[in-house]
Design a protein around this ligand. Structure first.
Ligand code: PHE
Ligand code: NA
Length: 451
């Protein structure tokens, strides 16, 4: 196994940070954040979400990074190395499965984004289609074959980059994608705030309805969103940190990633909610929200066609940088623990994920009657199982591993926090606060899961 270690690493620490930010910032910040926040009370949701990011998300991200950096292997291998002859590696295995499941539906939505980009480039969506954007989107996603083509195209690009490895593929791609993304995002946010009704969106996002604080659903959804958005609990961040050089320190990167990701979500909200109110779209309209509201806004604003092109470039780039980390997760496992070549591992995982994703896509068409969880369709159900169950469970296990399995000295050393005081705060959060909070939320969830 030794010959595999150190063979491919991040060229620079900045490259790692950009890649990890790329993993975090994605469809989760724009597409998922806006409809989950819309369905769960807006500002109250945002408040609980921010609380979870600071108290649970960032400390857990550091815990995940420290396992990967100390283990120097993939999700399964790192646990095996740090905890030989135990079952802890199952945490990594759940991550590998979770990564495959998430990318299966993530690539479907990414395909929608790519298709919209195409529609904007050709000018087809510069004017509202007959029956409106809502009907057009509904008709498009209910097709059996066309969305699959765009999903496959998106996965093809992802596969192409991941095949080239860490330094030559993922790092290079993110070095371009992330700065471009940040720039586009800022332009869009400034533009969004100049729209009429912008204040209504700001109000929705920043005026909490305190009564909602007693609604367990808000906590469950905010926790799931925090995990999904920060890419934690699934060992993808663990996998990324395993490619760090010994000398590259962790803690500063962690806080930066947490804050960046949150900033992106808030900016996206500021961009989207004003429009939702301006055009009377229901903020609780679910996964199609951004694909319906945004084109409606773009059409009625000055330079809307340019904005549309820019926006869907942005959304597709954000999706791509996240998809890279989702694919790298199983690829690293098959490559480093099972010994497949990177090329074969990437191709096999990519094709398998595509096939799995067909179900999510057809769930909006011929399989729309299939509702595995409650009245959720296939995509929503896989999303729920991953974001609200597997990711938090993975996060809980990571907290227990670092807080209770590893000796305190070792955990503290792996975290690479320099100050004694901060180390104690971090350790206390990981050992006590996070597990307790999460177990309480799980108990709520089990009590109400059937509604
Ligand atoms: N964080 C990504 C997003 O917000 C999604 C993701 C989840 C990526 C888990 C990797 C792992 O879109
Ligand atoms: Na995110």
């Amino acid at each position: 196994m030794n010959d595999l270690q150190g063979s491919d690493q991040w060229r620079t620490r900045l490259g790692f940070m950009l890649a990890a930010m790329g993993s975090a910032v994605g469809l989760g910040n724009i597409w998922r954040f806006s409809y989950v926040a819309g369905e769960n009370g807006g500002a109250t949701f945002l408040l609980v979400y921010l609380f979870f990011v600071l108290l649970i998300g960032i400390p857990l991200l550091l815990a995940e990074f420290s396992i990967g950096k100390a283990g120097q292997l993939d999700a399964v291998g790192s646990f095996r190395k740090l905890a030989p002859k135990t079952k802890w590696y199952l945490t990594g295995l759940m991550g590998v499965i979770g990564g495959i499941l998430i990318l299966s539906f993530y690539s479907v939505v990414s395909g929608w984004s790519l298709f919209y980009l195409y529609k904007y480039i050709t000018g087809a969506y510069w004017n509202e289609p007959d029956g409106g954007f809502g009907a057009a989107f509904g008709a498009w996603i209910s097709n059996s074959y066309a969305p699959l083509f765009w999903q496959a195209l998106f996965l093809g690009v992802t596969i192409f980059i991941v095949m080239r490895g860490i330094k030559g593929g993922i790092e290079k791609a993110n070095n371009f994608l992330m700065p471009a993304l940040a720039l586009l995002m800022i332009i869009m946010a400034v533009y969004g705030l100049t729209l009429d009704n912008a204040m209504q969106g700001v109000k929705f996002l920043f005026t909490p309805d305190w009564g909602q604080l007693s609604n367990p659903q808000v906590y469950i959804m905010a926790l799931g969103q925090a995990f999904f958005s920060l890419s934690i609990g699934i060992c993808g961040m663990l996998t990324y940190s395993s490619y760090l050089k010994e000398k590259d320190r962790l803690p500063a990167a962690t806080v930066g990633i947490g804050l960046m990701d949150t900033l992106f979500a808030v900016i996206a909200g500021l961009m989207i909610f004003p429009a939702v109110f301006s055009f009377g779209v229901d903020p609780a309209s679910g996964p199609p929200l951004v694909f319906i509201t945004l084109p409606t806004i773009f059409e009625s604003m000055p330079l809307g066609n340019v904005v549309g092109i820019v926006f869907f470039i942005l959304l597709t780039m954000a999706a791509l940088s996240s998809a890279l980390s989702l694919l790298e997760l199983p690829v690293a496992f098959f490559n480093r623990t099972l010994g497949w070549s990177r090329k074969v591992a990437t191709l096999v995982c990519g094709v398998f994920i595509f096939i799995l994703g067909i179900a999510s896509s057809l769930g909006f068409g011929i399989w729309s009657g299939v509702t595995p969880i409650g009245d959720n369709g296939i995509l929503d159900s896989i999303d729920y199982i991953t974001a609200n169950i597997m990711l938090p469970l993975g996060g809980l296990l990571i907290a227990l591993f670092v807080g209770w399995y590893l000796p305190k000295k070792r955990a503290a050393r792996f975290s690479e926090i320099e100050s004694q005081g901060l180390t104690s705060v971090w350790y206390f959060l990981v050992k006590f606060v996070i597990p307790v909070l999460m177990i309480v939320i799980f108990l709520f969830q089990l009590g109400i899961i059937d509604y």
